[in-house]
Write a protein that binds this ligand. Structure first.
Ligand code: NDP
Length: 382
């Protein structure tokens, strides 16, 4: 038998109030096609907290599968696991074998646990790294690839064809000094940092909005950090909201406005999103994927009509359900970039989860995730 520890919740509420650590055992007799997994790393994303609070777009089912006193759900959507055993012997888990690294194929997997028994493993797991497997990859990279980088990749590719716009503008010889522009707020988030790097790799240029830090030095350091990742322009939220921004955009960066900004990625909402609406060029598209300020924003009628703007919402979970093969390919493509040293994961704060780790440490880690100005995303390391 394998002894396992799992975070569970049986009702919605604040993580510190509703989560508990449950110990259970997993039988060595695995059903055919099942896989026994050992956790290696699992990050805590904002959506994980919202799911526990009951405010997320998808509600988990509370079930009795783990022998909890009440029906329960396991939090956590993302993580890197190692295959420990496969039910049905060789070939039982499709192409999976002992020692492989895997990640959940879809949201709602429940990754905050030391072990998982997965039935129908082939369908529910993505084997890491195609033919090369896990070679040259670290567990923290693998554990954080499927939500933030994957979202950034899809949002940069699926709404406006910026790569094609760049190619056309160069072909016209219209004097553009670089690739097509996009603008994003929350630029230092996991998604934002991924968009900066993918944008640079694809020859795009980005205008990146971050919140001021406590001191000018820290703000300058953050701007430098994002510039090193490949950001073309980094401005603070107050520079972005200032009246002068339109002139700067036109005169400093887009050659008198001749280089359009056709895509906006909105992580924040509120005033920052309203400023993004103004920064977008006619026929531009704003993709909302987060609401970190917890504030909505107006869709000004004049901007909608006279600039003919398009407003879209992105939700990775639904996209992945509709496009399972594309999700696998996107992940493996980004893992390959990581392997080649062309893509850096966002800053992470490791929280060790071993057999003796107190429940309160795990709960506090999750509770703290929505606080702003953090040095990095928390990641449980097993
Ligand atoms: P991270 O945990 O990496 O970063 C959080 C970001 O939010 C930081 O940039 C932080 O800025 C900013 N932030 C925190 N509080 C506020 C606030 N009150 N006002 C403005 N900004 C704030 O986040 P992720 O990249 O994992 O996720 C970012 C957002 O994207 C979340 O809302 C998440 O749910 C969403 N998301 C949505 C997906 C989808 O499918 N729709 C997929 C992936 C993510 P600072 O450093 O200044 O605090």
């Amino acid at each position: 038998y394998t002894l396992a520890k799992t975070l569970v919740f049986s009702r919605f509420g604040e993580p510190r109030d509703v989560l508990s650590l449950h110990t259970h055992s997993i039988s060595p007799a695995l059903p055919d096609g099942a896989a026994l997994l050992r956790a290696l790393a699992a990050p805590v994303n904002p959506a994980d907290v919202n799911t526990v609070q009951g405010t997320y777009g998808a509600k988990p089912a509370f079930e009795r599968l783990l022998g909890t006193p009440e029906p329960a759900a396991v939090p956590g959507n993302e993580g890197c696991f190692e295959v420990v055993a496969i039910g049905g012997g060789a070939g039982g888990g499709g192409g999976l074998k002992k020692g492989d690294w895997v990640i959940p194929a879809q949201s709602g997997f429940g990754t905050f646990r030391t072990h998982a028994l997965v039935e129908g493993a082939e369908r529910k797991l993505i084997r890491v790294g195609g033919a090369k497997g896990r070679e040259g990859l670290r567990a923290a990279q693998v554990a954080t690839v499927s939500v933030n980088p994957c979202s950034a990749y899809r949002m940069l590719r699926d709404y406006v064809d910026l790569v094609d716009l760049s190619v056309q503008s160069f072909a016209r010889g219209d004097g553009a000094t670089g690739g097509a522009w996009f603008v994003q707020n929350g630029a230092n988030s996991g998604v934002g940092r991924a968009a900066i790097q993918l944008g640079r790799l694809w020859g795009l240029r980005s205008i990146n909005v971050v919140r001021e830090r406590a001191t000018p030095e820290e703000t300058a350091a953050l701007k430098r950090e994002l510039a090193e990742l490949g950001a073309t322009v980094v401005v603070t939220e107050s520079e972005f909201l200032d009246r002068s921004f339109a002139d700067r955009l036109r005169d400093e960066w887009t050659r008198g406005g001749r280089e359009p900004v056709m895509l906006g990625l909105n992580c924040v909402g509120g005033k920052s999103a309203a400023a993004m609406v103004k920064a977008l060029s006619p026929r531009g598209c704003m993709v909302t994927y987060g609401g970190m300020s917890r504030q909505s924003f107006p869709f000004p009628t004049g901007q909608q009509i006279f600039k003919r703007l398009r407003f879209e919402g992105f939700w990775l979970s639904e996209w992945a359900k509709e496009n399972p093969a594309a999700k696998r390919d996107t992940i493996n493509e980004i893992l390959e970039l990581m392997r080649e040293g062309k893509f850096k994961e966002a800053p992470l704060q490791e929280v060790e989860w071993n057999w003796d780790t107190e429940e309160s440490v795990l709960k506090d880690t999750i509770q703290g995730t929505l606080e702003g100005f953090r040095p990095g995303k928390s990641i449980f390391v097993f």
